[in-house]
Design a protein around this ligand. Structure first.
Ligand code: PEP
Ligand code: MG
Length: 315
């Protein structure tokens, strides 16, 4: 077992018995992407595109977007890249996409909802993505942020198909979408769980408020229960369910997520080695037992204690 563990300090993510859990990167700019492309990871699980839109008075042109997306696609040639469409609003306020007069911007017209209000923004972005994908013969997928209903997921999928983009998914970061994950999955090719927003909306706790950190703890049972529901629905549908929020970089949770049936974890480059190593701690069967035990804990500290005890008895 030790030999196997040593062998997995590089390469694809997998449990001790070889069950794959893809190790993907979160990319948030073009500047860092060449270093990220050189990293030992299986692709990009979340390419945040807001950097192109922030601090400007109008949207970047299709050609500017095409070039920026192309740079990242070129770096990751041969590996899948999930590009997220513009997530304007709330903590990512963009003047030409959002309005200033919303009393609760986190509950306002943000993410995919902006694409409904300003279809020209979303269609220009999808056009740029499809052109960049063709330029680089890339394995590109797109996903929409802040999807709440299956109808929104279906509308987004239809739009991506119109642009000739083969694979379309949505983020699961609204509790409604997590609860009805099976209906959402029926409409799209994959889902990716945004645990930052899913925590915020599940615990009614602003993600920007450090004071509410305890409620935003990714070991909180209600968050993990929603993740479990999404993973089970994806398994049933035979589709991929990843995690791309901060929770994906917690090495202690990696085997729990594997046990729930999560198929990929997307994080910053620096988080990859510890998560890769943590996945090799247990076989898939052990991960499943661990996940059941952690999910039955009544609060986050007890969930961590359960995981520590599990490590002690399996070590
Ligand atoms: C999330 O909400 O978990 C997520 C990955 O998206 P962002 O942090 O960009 O809102
Ligand atoms: Mg989010």
């Amino acid at each position: 077992a030790l030999k196997e563990k040593l062998a997995r300090h590089s390469g694809p993510g997998a449990t001790a018995d070889g069950h794959p859990v893809k190790l993907l990167l979160n990319v948030g700019s073009v500047g860092g992407a060449s270093a990220e492309a050189a990293a030992d990871a299986e692709g990009v699980g979340l390419f945040r595109t807001e950097f192109l839109f922030l601090d400007r008075t109008e949207a970047p042109s299709v050609e500017e977007q095409r070039a920026a997306y192309g740079e990242v696609l070129r770096g990751f040639a041969g590996r899948p890249v999930v590009i997220r469409t513009l997530d304007a609003g709330a903590d990512k306020y963009i003047p030409f996409a959002n309005t200033e007069d919303e009393p609760n911007p986190a509950l306002g017209v943000r993410g995919y909802r902006v694409g409904v209000r300003h279809p020209e923004l979303l269609t220009a972005q999808l056009r740029a993505i499809s052109l960049a994908a063709a330029d680089h013969d890339a394995d590109v997928r797109v996903m929409a942020p802040m999807i709440a209903t299956p109808a929104e997921a279906a509308a987004f999928r239809d739009l991506t198909r119109e642009h000739g983009i083969g694979r379309a998914g949505v983020m699961i970061e609204v509790p409604a979408a997590a609860i009805r994950a099976a209906d959402i999955l029926a409409e799209v090719d994959f889902v990716s769980i945004g645990t930052n927003d899913l925590s915020q909306y599940t615990y009614a706790a602003d993600r920007m408020l450090g004071e509410l950190g305890e409620l935003l703890d990714p070991w909180q049972p209600a968050l993990l229960a929603l993740v479990a529901n999404v993973a089970a629905a994806a398994k049933e549908a035979g589709k991929a369910a990843g995690i791309c929020g901060e929770a994906a970089s917690d090495p202690g949770l990696a085997p729990v997520f594997a046990g729930l049936g999560i198929t990929s974890l997307s994080m910053s480059v620096s988080a990859v080695p510890a998560v890769r190593a943590a996945l090799t701690d247990y076989t898939l069967e052990q991960c499943e037992v661990l996940a059941r035990e952690v999910l039955s804990a009544p609060d986050a500290p007890k969930a961590r204690r359960v995981a520590a005890e599990f490590a002690a008895k399996s070590g």
